[in-house]
Design a protein around this ligand. Structure first.
Ligand code: GDP
Ligand code: GDP
Length: 442
C-alpha cells in the first residue's frame, strides 16, 4: 500500500439498494458529516469519521446520484469503483444476499481486483446467519476473497467486517514519522487556478520526482524541494469529468477535497479573486477546519483585478465574514500567472507548519490560564462557579489542549474561546486551529 499520512480512507461501493446508506448511517452514528445548506447535496452523506477499537478512519460514500434506469447502473458502478480506487486505502464492496450474484457485481469485482487495492467483500442482508450461509459462499465466485456476511439493518457481523477493514491499515507508523516533509493540499473550486499554481510551484523548482504519468488519481502527490526543504503537494486538480450534472460534480469535488485534505497537514485554499469568496469556498474551507488542518487562503488571479489602496482590506474583510469559522487562517494574494508572491507562499507554509506542530510547556500554559482567570471571572450557574484546575497540551497537528475543570457544563463555549484567545495572544499559532478538550476532575 502506498505510504500516506493521516487517517485511512475507506470507500463503500455497491449497486443501488444493497444497503450502503444503511451501513453508512449506522457506522457514522451521530458524527455523520453532512455538508449542509447546499442546494443539491443536502441529502447526501458524503463522508463520516468512524472509530473501531483504537483505529479511526474516514468512510466515504461514492454513490453520487440514484440511477434512473437499470442500464446506467453498471456505468455508475464503474465510476464509483474508479473513485474508490483513486481515493481509498480500503474498498468495501457490498453485495446483497437476497439479490444474489449479479453480472454487474462480477464486472466491478474484476475492476477492483485489477486495481490491487485491498477489498473487503461484504454480503449484506444476511439477517439470519444460519439460513443464508450457503448463499453467502456463492460470492466466493467473485474472486476477490472471503465474503463477510453482515446485516446492516440488524447490526450483525459489523465487528468482524471492521476487523477485516482495519487489518489493511498501515501498521508501521514509525516509518511515517521519518517522513518530515511538509504535506500541503492545494484545494479549491474548479477554475480557481489550482493546476496553474501547482505548475508554477513546480516550474520554479525543477526537482520533480513525480509518478503522475498515465494515472488518473483523484489526488496526486508531487514532491518538491524548495530552498533545501522538502514538500509534498497534494492536488485535486487533475481529474475532470465532462457532461455531469452540477450536483454530481459537487459531490466529486467534496470527495476529492476530503481525500486530499486528509493526507495533508497544511491546506492552501485557492480562491478566485475575480469571482470573490463564495459559499462553495466556505464549504471546502470547512473540510480543512473540521479536520484540524492549518489553512492558508490564497487569493489567486490577483493580477486580473483592478486595485486601489483599499482592495486588500476589502477582500480580507469579506473573506473573514464568509469564512468566519476560521479567523486563524492566513490570507495571501497571489498570481499563479505572473508568479507574484509565490516565494512568499513557501514562507507562509513553513510558518504555518511550525505553528501547527508547536508545543507549549505545561507550566507556561498554566500561568496563562491563571492570569486569564484572574482577569475575567469564570461563569457560574445556580450558585455553582466554574473552576479551572489545570491545562496541558495533549498533542500537536493541530495543537490540542486539555483543560481540567470542576464541572463540564459550566465551561461555556465563550469562556473556552476566551482562554483560546489568551493562548493565541501569548504564542504565534497563526494559521492553525486549536482544539480544546474539557475534562472533569472531581
Ligand atoms: P443503498 O442504495 O445501497 O444505499 O441501499 P439502502 O441503504 O438505501 O438500502 C436499501 C434497502 O435495503 C432499504 O430498504 C433497507 O432498509 C434495506 N436493507 C439495508 N440493510 C438491510 C439488511 O441488513 N437486511 C435487510 N433485510 N434489509 C436491509
Ligand atoms: P483549476 O481548475 O483550479 O486547476 O484552474 P486552472 O489552473 O485550470 O485555471 C483556470 C483558468 O484560470 C485558466 O484559464 C488559467 O489560465 C486561469 N488562471 C489561473 N491562475 C491565474 C492567475 O493567477 N491569473 C489569471 N489572470 N488567470 C489565471
Amino acid at each position: 500500500m502506498s505510504k500516506r499520512k493521516g487517517k485511512p480512507v475507506v470507500a463503500v461501493v455497491g449497486r443501488p439498494n444493497v444497503g450502503k446508506s444503511t451501513l453508512f448511517n449506522m457506522l457514522a452514528g451521530q458524527r455523520i458529516s453532512i455538508v449542509k445548506d447546499t442546494p443539491g447535496i443536502t441529502r447526501d452523506r458524503i463522508y463520516a469519521d468512524v472509530s473501531w477499537l483504537d483505529r479511526s478512519f474516514t468512510l466515504i460514500d461514492t454513490g453520487g446520484i440514484e440511477p434512473d434506469s437499470s442500464d446506467v447502473i453498471l456505468s455508475q458502478m464503474r465510476e464509483q469503483a474508479e473513485i474508490a480506487i483513486n481515493t481509498a486505502d480500503v474498498i468495501l464492496f457490498m453485495v446483497d444476499v437476497k439479490q444474489g450474484l449479479v453480472d454487474s457485481d462480477a464486472k466491478v469485482a474484476d475492476m477492483l481486483r485489477r486495481s490491487r487495492k485491498p477489498v473487503v467483500l461484504v454480503v449484506n442482508k444476511v439477517d439470519n446467519f444460519e439460513k443464508y450461509m450457503a448463499d453467502v459462499y456463492e460470492f466466493y465466485n467473485l474472486g476477490i476473497g472471503e465474503p463477510i456476511p453482515i446485516s446492516a439493518a440488524n447490526q450483525m457481523g459489523i465487528g468482524d467486517m471492521l476487523d477485516e477493514v482495519i487489518k489493511y491499515f498501515d501498521e508501521d507508523s514509525t516509518e511515517e514519522e521519518e517522513d518530515d516533509r511538509i504535506r500541503v493540499a492545494i484545494v479549491g473550486k474548479p477554475n480557481v487556478g489550482k493546476s496553474s499554481l501547482i505548475n508554477r510551484l513546480l516550474g520554479e523548482n525543477r526537482l520533480i520526482v513525480s509518478d503522475i504519468a498515465g494515472t488518473t488519481r483523484d489526488a496526486v502527490d508531487t514532491p518538491v524541494t524548495h530552498n533545501g526543504k522538502d514538500y509534498v503537494f497534494i492536488d485535486t486538480a487533475g481529474l475532470r469529468r465532462k457532461n455531469k450534472i452540477k450536483e454530481e460534480l459537487e459531490h466529486f469535488m467534496i470527495l476529492r477535497t476530503v481525500s486530499a485534505v486528509e493526507r495533508a497537514d497544511i491546506v492552501v485554499l485557492v480562491i478566485d479573486a475575480v469571482e470573490g469568496v463564495t459559499e462553495q469556498d466556505a464549504k471546502i474551507a470547512g473540510i480543512a477546519h473540521d479536520r484540524g488542518k492549518a489553512t492558508i487562503i490564497a487569493v489567486n488571479k490577483w493580477d486580473a483585478i483592478e486595485k486601489t489602496e483599499k482592495t486588500v482590506r476589502e477582500y480580507e474583510s469579506r473573506i473573514r465574514e464568509v469564512l468566519s469559522f476560521m479567523p486563524y487562517a492566513k490570507i495571501t494574494f497571489i498570481s499563479a500567472k505572473s508568479g507574484q508572491r509565490l516565494v512568499k507562499l513557501y514562507d507562509l507554509i513553513d510558518t504555518v507548519a511550525e505553528n501547527h506542530a508547536m508545543r507549549v510547556a505545561t507550566g507556561v500554559l498554566n500561568e496563562i490560564m491563571a492570569e486569564a482567570v484572574a482577569m475575567q471571572q469564570p461563569p457560574s450557574d445556580k450558585g455553582r462557579r466554574l473552576k479551572l484546575f489545570y491545562i496541558t497540551q495533549a498533542s500537536v497537528k493541530p495543537p490540542t489542549f486539555v483543560i481540567f475543570v470542576n464541572d463540564k457544563n459550566l465551561m461555556h463555549f465563550s469562556y473556552t474561546r476566551y482562554i483560546e484567545n489568551k493562548i493565541r495572544e501569548a504564542f504565534d499559532f497563526q494559521g492553525t486551529p486549536l482544539k480544546f478538550i474539557i475534562r472533569e476532575r472531581k
